[in-house]
Design a protein around this ligand. Sequence first.
Ligand SMILES: Cc1cc2nc3c(=O)[nH]c(=O)nc-3n(C[C@H](O)[C@H](O)[C@H](O)COP(=O)(O)OP(=O)(O)OC[C@H]3O[C@@H](n4cnc5c(N)ncnc54)[C@H](O)[C@@H]3O)c2cc1C
Length: 307
Amino acid sequence: MHDVVIIGSGCAGNTAAIYTARANLKPLVVLGHEPGGQLSITSLVENFPGFPEGVNGPDLVENMKKQAEAFGAEYMHGAVGEADLSKAPFRLNIDGEWRETRTLIIASGASARWLGLPNEQKLIGRGVSSCATCDGAFYRDRKIMVIGGGDSAMEEANFLTRFGSEVTLVHRRENFRASKIMLERARSNPKVKFLNNTVVEDVHDVGQNMVTAVRLHNLVTDQTWEQEVDGFFVAIGHIPNTKPFRGQLDLDDEGYIVTHGGARTNIPGVFHAGDVQDRNYRQAITAAGAGCMAAIEVERYLEAEGH
Ligand SMILES: Cc1cc2nc3c(=O)[nH]c(=O)nc-3n(C[C@H](O)[C@H](O)[C@H](O)COP(=O)(O)OP(=O)(O)OC[C@H]3O[C@@H](n4cnc5c(N)ncnc54)[C@H](O)[C@@H]3O)c2cc1C
């Protein structure tokens, strides 16, 4: 029986592990299919406080893990496939093995949706991004492309005009899902150019290990062409990793955990941390802060329960 199991080893899970380990709760952290979380697939992180020269994303999360382990956190490989949260202790199926825990911190993140282009994954952190706030500043006076037709695509395109010499917004349909106000804002921005009815076929250049161009295809004219680009931002949404908790936890219509204040879910003893609940900020530092909040809630909960 564990006092606390933490699901996920990104910024949120690792920070929760540091705090709960220092509180002597011997947390068990389930690494998941992406050990280190989203920062493990990026390169330079320039906005995490405390690193004036920036810090390599994978190094940052690995250091957090080492810090938690130094205080006694245990990490295990595997992913939670099934959960029984109907009563405490909660039960988790981790790659076929059931574990029991008095409290649970869900820090399983939200995965960015990608386009599925042949070269896309190879160029993530090398010009391909899913986060304008994170990576926009790398593309000062460069050519930027944003893919998507919803509010987040409009928001990212507008934001990126602060940096780019031009921002091209590519959308596969004629009409947009985005709200009228967001669409108008992008349309009235002289730096945003629209390419409707157009899909991206691939992004180049894996040989140079950086984005240099994309191949585009207009679905109405059937024309295909190459266009030079330096920063390629995919803004087609995120998928919160909450499948094992469906039907047990309060989730919103997109599957994000609904907060019941602080780090609390609708189930006492089950807490949330990071992007799995936060559809708004989605940053390393906010996820780390949320991990700290969840850990403190766990300490208080266990103390109140007499453990
Ligand atoms: C390419 C890229 C660049 C970025 N750059 C920056 C940046 O420069 N600055 C910044 O502040 N933010 C950046 N971000 C955003 C930042 O990475 C996220 O906000 C942050 O990682 C969220 O942390 P998290 O711990 O909530 O989730 P994640 O980092 O997504 O971690 C989730 C963890 O949960 C695990 N998991 C999922 N499902 C299960 C399961 N069923 N069982 C067990 N484990 C599971 C995963 O394996 C993973 O370890 C970037 C994101 C991307 C994609």
